[in-house]
Write a protein that binds this ligand. Structure first.
Ligand SMILES: [Zn+2]
Length: 244
């Protein structure tokens, strides 16, 4: 609301008087601010390199950049502790309305190893898709959405660690395991309750058939196998070397 009462005019004049000596300083400040804005817009268009993890988030809103970079930092730390090194070139990360590139793909995201590129549906698009195809029987929410960001970053981190061209099921075992391991604990409990499945008995059971037929079940069986005391990092090592 605007008001022009005499008291306010006096206040405004006093304020103008106080700032007049610093007019040139004000001009300089505005010029610097304009320059910084140009730099920020340039970085925005080309992508923002996450401080941790070899991920560049392209053309995304600041809140999405923060979310993806947070997920990249957490995923990288977790996988490095299991012996996987992020040695690839930088992976470009796109939030999209529809998934165009599909290699190792779920309904929400895709990792294209040849192009070193991740595409993930933006949250609104994922929300629209999920009532028809609920992942893990859970209504889409921010924690579930972030877990799929972790899933795709886990693919990108794992990829250069394979001794031979990786088999799809081995790649997905690692990506789903990291996704579930880094999930919010309450969400993970819900997923494990919604998807009744035992652990894989042995890695030789990790195959294409179940992955295609029921990826949710494949994910839970992988995670339950991974968390057995005798597995963990050793299971990843076998999958990465092809020794299974
Ligand atoms: Zn995947």
């Amino acid at each position: 609301m605007l008001s022009n009462g005499p008291g306010q005019n006096a206040t405004r004049q006093a304020a103008a008087h106080r700032t007049r000596p610093s007019y040139f300083l004000s001009l300089l400040t505005r010029s610097v601010a304009g320059l910084l804005l140009c730099v920020a817009v340039g970085a925005y268009a080309e992508g923002v390199r996450c401080p941790v993890g070899d991920i560049v988030v392209v053309d995304a809103a600041p809140a999405d950049v923060d979310m993806v970079c947070g997920a990249a930092a957490e995923t990288t730390a977790y996988m490095e502790a299991l012996g996987l090194r992020a040695t690839r070139p930088v992976t470009k990360f796109y939030l999209v309305n529809t998934i165009g590139h599909a290699h190792f793909s779920s309904s929400i995201g895709a990792y294209d190893a040849a192009a070193d590129r991740i595409e993930i549906l933006n949250y609104d698009a994922a929300l629209k898709l999920m009532p028809a195809r609920p992942a893990f029987g859970v209504t889409m929410n921010q924690a579930l959405y972030r877990s799929f960001v972790v899933h795709e970053i886990a693919h990108a981190t794992a990829n250069p660690n394979f001794a031979h061209p990786p088999a799809g099921p081995a790649h997905e075992y690692i990506a789903y395991t990291v996704q579930l391991a880094l999930m919010d604990p309450a969400l993970r409990a819900q997923v494990l309750s919604n998807v009744p499945a035992q652990a894989f008995d042995r890695l030789s059971e990790v195959g294409d058939y179940l992955l295609m037929l029921d990826p949710n079940r494949f994910a839970v069986m992988s995670y339950r196998h991974f968390v057995r005391p005798e597995n963990g990092a050793i299971a990843f090592e076998h999958l990465l070397t092809g020794d299974f």
